[in-house]
Design a protein around this ligand. Structure first.
Ligand code: SAM
Ligand code: SF4
Length: 446
């Protein structure tokens, strides 16, 4: 780990779950554009579906997701009803029963919904899409709100993958982030999922949280591995209180600095690798038997995936869709989203139509994020472009090459193991929307 370079590259950069990234979506793409794009989908081509639930029981102070805490049942039930209307609206616009290869419920906490409402929605999805026999059907789970009947419903509805939020098992850290979740609560949730026939699961861990230390993240990683997850995510805490006001409740004086964040990541990484997990991309670890390890791998709004579908349909407030023509995003706030759905209009408020240059750079950035290497010539050929068009980006990599973080051999760009930590900055060099790698946006790159 090149701790000596931390100050030099202590910059902000996007996480590249899309390219162009969401801050570059604009109002030129609206509901009418989306309807046109949906109509043009190939009815034989499998798609993916993302459903967003922006509710939680309690708010974790670190949370960067689009969600709100509520103790009331009525708004969640009303939301579920509108979600059903949106599924009808979107599939009517497509005009065909599309094959479905990946389905993902995210949030927020989908487990905050009533089990009966989710079962109804899943039946509706099955009516509106032809769910393939080998489809991945996944859900994000807050173990603190997973009722046994909810877990049973997931098994009956055909779910085969769960992503479970943990963050850190240390009670001091948990209190500092307003998320008290004992090891027993996590164990109960995993047992309930197993009993429902769902044994393939991911645990979300974080580093860079208040009061975390190298020792505490290693202990958390070891406890997590003992549950036998097929994947573990290790996210660096993105502290953006100017965007997420509740993060002001986090005691900034207890946050680790950049070097300590790097040390925590490195310590947890070594523990996970000792335990037999293989690092994938920026922040994922997978059991060698998991398909993410052999690939092919892709990157979308949920992180790393084996889902290579060209179309992702998003439903729910703030959901992002990715279609062959470009990206679309629904209104983030539930009232604005609901108003659109109630007037039988897609709730799209922004997006971006992809240019040829966007497609080329998107493919380059996706390969780097997934494989830490890219053959620029091969990618450029795929898009009938000249790799020379990327020459300014290669020039922008010069400082990283000099520091041994990236190697360039002909048109092949390879990120070194030391360079992994700086991966977002490597990608930023190919981002035409940023004025060079050194002026990235978003959260801290390290
Ligand atoms: C939608 S939540 C997972 C499901 C469920 N809501 C839960 O928390 O158990 C998605 C994950 O994003 C990660 N996350 C949330 N806020 C973050 C932030 N500010 N920085 C980095 N990761 C964050 C956490 O690891 C969290 O588990
Ligand atoms: S981390 Fe999960 S449970 Fe906590 S507030 Fe965010 S979405 Fe809700």
């Amino acid at each position: 780990m090149r701790y000596d370079l931390a100050a030099k590259y202590d910059l902000r950069a996007p996480r590249y779950t899309s390219y162009p990234t969401a801050p570059h979506f604009g109002p030129a793409v609206q509901a009418s554009t989306y309807r046109g794009w949906l109509r043009k989908l190939d009815p034989a081509e499998p798609v993916s579906l993302y459903l967003h639930v922006p509710f939680c029981r309690h708010l974790c102070w670190f949370c960067g997701c689009n969600t709100a805490a509520t103790r009331l049942e009525a708004p969640v039930a009303a939301y579920a009803a509108r979600l059903g209307e949106e599924i009808d609206l979107v599939t009517d616009a497509v005009g065909a029963r599309l094959p479905l290869r990946h389905l993902h419920w995210g949030g927020g906490s989908p487990t905050r919904m009533a089990a009966a409402d989710m079962a109804t929605l899943m039946a509706q999805v099955a009516k509106r899409f032809a769910i393939q026999d080998d489809a991945e059907i996944a859900i994000e789970i807050d173990p603190r709100t997973l009722a046994p009947e909810f877990a049973a419903m997931l098994g009956e509805a055909g779910f085969n993958r769960a992503s479970i939020g943990v963050q850190d098992f240390d009670p001091v850290v948990q209190r500092a982030i307003n998320r008290v979740q004992t090891v027993a609560i996590t164990a109960h949730a995993i047992d309930a999922l197993h009993a429902a026939g769902i044994s393939d699961f991911n645990l979300d861990l974080m580093y860079g949280l208040p009061h975390q230390t190298e020792a505490s993240v290693v202990r958390t990683a070891e406890t997590a591995m003992a549950f036998g997850p097929s994947r573990i995510s290790l996210f660096g805490y993105a502290h953006v209180p100017w965007m997420k006001r509740h993060q002001r409740l986090i005691d900034e004086s207890a946050l680790p600095g950049t070097i300590d964040r790097l040390r925590q990541f490195d310590a947890a990484r070594r523990a996970l690798e000792r335990g037999g997990y293989v690092m994938v991309g920026l922040d994922h670890f997978a059991h060698p038997s998991d398909p993410l390890v052999a690939g092919p791998r892709y990157r979308n709004f949920q992180g790393y995936t084996t889902d290579g579908a060209a179309t992702l349909i998003g439903v729910g407030a703030s959901a992002i869709g990715s279609l062959p023509q470009g990206y679309v995003q629904n209104a983030s706030e539930v009232p604005a989203w609901r108003k659109a759905i109630e007037s039988h209009q897609p709730a799209i408020v922004r997006g971006v139509a992809l240019s040829d240059d966007d497609r080329l750079r998107r493919a380059v950035i996706e390969r780097l994020m997934c494989d830490l290497a890219v053959d620029l010539d091969a990618v450029a050929r795929r898009f009938f472009r000249d790799p020379e068009d990327l020459a300014p980006s290669i020039d922008a990599l010069a400082p990283l090459v000099e520091d041994g973080l990236v190697a360039i051999d002909g048109w092949r760009v390879t990120v070194s193991d030391d360079g992994r930590t700086f991966l977002r900055l490597v990608c930023a060099a190919f981002d035409a929307y940023l004025a060079g790698a050194a002026q990235g946006q978003g959260s801290k790159a390290l």
